[in-house]
Design a protein around this ligand. Structure first.
Ligand code: CP
Length: 317
C-alpha cells in the first residue's frame, strides 16, 4: 500500500493490522517513550487547504513521535492566494524533500488526483477531501470502539456483530462515508439516521440500514452512537430543518442520552455544535469518547505513517 485515499481500499485484515499497530504505538506512549526512530530522515508535509484542529495537529504529533521532519503548509497566507495550482504547490513541496503529503482539500477527489496524476512520487494520505472521505478519522473511530469494547483483549479483533448508529448530516459527511466502508469491512452493522434532505442520492446501494427517526434507531440498542457535525458551510442549496427542529428530532439531547444503554458509546468526530447535534450533557458524560477519539487519532496516524512511509507494508507485499 503506497497511499491511503479511501477506506474502500482496506479489507478486514489490513484494517485490523492498522488498528493493532496503533495499539502498539499507544503502548510505547504508555511506557513514556517520547519518540521512535522509525521515520528519521523522512519528511512529512501537512498540506491543508481547509481548516483543521484535530487532524492537522495529530498528524504533526504522529510524524514527530516517529522522528520525521514535519513541514506544515496552510493555504491561507501561501502563494495559493496568488493563483498557484495544486500541481505546482505539490511539486514545490516535493522539491523540498516531501516523502509523504497529508492533504486536506475542499474538492472531493483531490487526494486521488495528487496520488495518481503523475505529478509527484510522494506517498499521499487523504486527511479529508470535500464530501468524499476522511479515512484516518474512520480508523481512529474504529480503534476507539474496539478499545472501549474489548479493552486489553482488543488485539487481532474486528467489530463483528456490533451495531453502530451514525446520525446527522450524512449528505455532506466524509466521516460518514469512510466509516460506512470501514465499519462494514470490520463486520459491524451500520445504521444511518438523518432528515430525508440530508441523505445522499444512491444511499439505497450502501450496505446500511437507514432510519428517519433517531428514536427508532436508538431502540435497536446500539453499541455506539456517532453524532455528526452539521456542516453549515457546505449546506448551499440543501434544505435544512430549522436548528430548533433539528436539535429536537435528530439531536442527542440530554433526555435521549439518559435513554441509552449503560455501555453505549457516545461519539463525535469534532468539532461539535453543542446544543445542535449534541447536548453538553451527552458530550461530557462518562459514555462520551470524544476526547479518547482525539488521543487515539495520534496512535492511528502513527500506524498509518509507519506502514506507508517506513515502507514496512511494501517490504511484506
Ligand atoms: N474530525 C476532524 O477532522 O476535525 P478537524 O476538522 O479539527 O481536523
Amino acid at each position: 500500500m503506497k497511499h491511503l485515499l479511501s477506506t474502500r481500499d482496506l479489507d478486514r485484515d489490513t484494517a485490523v493490522r492498522i488498528l493493532d499497530i496503533a495499539e502498539e504505538m499507544s503502548r510505547t506512549a504508555d511506557r513514556a517513550v517520547r519518540k521512535l526512530p522509525t521515520l528519521r530522515g523522512k519528511t512529512v508535509v501537512n498540506l491543508f487547504f481547509e481548516d483543521s484542529t484535530r487532524t492537522r495537529l495529530s498528524f504533526e504529533s504522529a510524524a514527530k513521535r516517529l522522528s520525521a521532519d514535519v513541514i506544515t503548509f496552510s493555504a491561507k497566507g501561501s502563494s495559493v492566494s496568488k493563483g498557484e495550482s495544486l500541481k505546482d504547490t505539490a511539486q514545490t513541496l516535493e522539491a523540498m524533500g516531501a516523502d509523504a503529503i497529508v492533504v486536506r482539500h475542499g474538492v472531493s477527489g483531490a487526494a486521488e488526483l495528487l496520488a495518481h496524476a503523475g505529478w509527484i512520487d510522494a506517498t499521499i494520505v487523504n486527511a479529508g477531501d470535500g464530501t468524499h472521505e476522511h479515512p484516518t478519522q474512520a480508523l481512529l473511530d474504529a480503534y476507539t470502539i474496539r478499545s472501549r469494547r474489548f479493552g486489553d483483549d482488543a488485539r487481532g479483533r474486528d467489530l463483528a456483530g456490533l451495531r453502530i448508529v451514525i446520525v446527522g448530516d450524512i449528505l455532506h459527511s466524509r466521516v460518514a462515508r469512510s466509516n460506512v466502508w470501514l465499519l462494514t469491512a470490520l463486520g459491524a452493522h451500520v445504521h444511518l439516521v438523518a432528515p430525508r434532505t440530508l441523505l445522499p442520492s444512491g444511499i439505497s446501494t450502501w450496505p446500511v440500514t437507514v432510519h428517519e427517526s433517531l428514536d427508532d434507531a436508538l431502540d435497536t440498542g446500539p453499541d455506539a452512537v456517532m453524532m455528526l457535525r452539521i456542516q453549515s458551510e457546505r449546506m448551499h442549496d440543501a434544505y435544512f430543518p430549522s436548528e430548533r427542529e433539528y436539535a429536537r428530532e435528530w439531536g442527542l439531547t440530554a433526555e435521549r442520552a439518559t435513554r441509552l444503554g449503560p455501555d453505549t458509546m457516545v461519539m463525535h468526530p469534532g468539532p461539535m455544535n453543542r446544543g445542535l447535534e449534541i447536548s453538553s450533557v451527552a458530550a461530557d458524560s462518562p459514555a462520551s469518547t470524544v476526547l479518547d477519539q482525539v488521543s487515539n487519532g495520534v496512535f492511528v496516524r502513527m500506524a498509518v505513517l509507519y506502514l506507508l512511509v517506513a515502507g514496512e507494508s511494501q517490504e511484506e507485499s
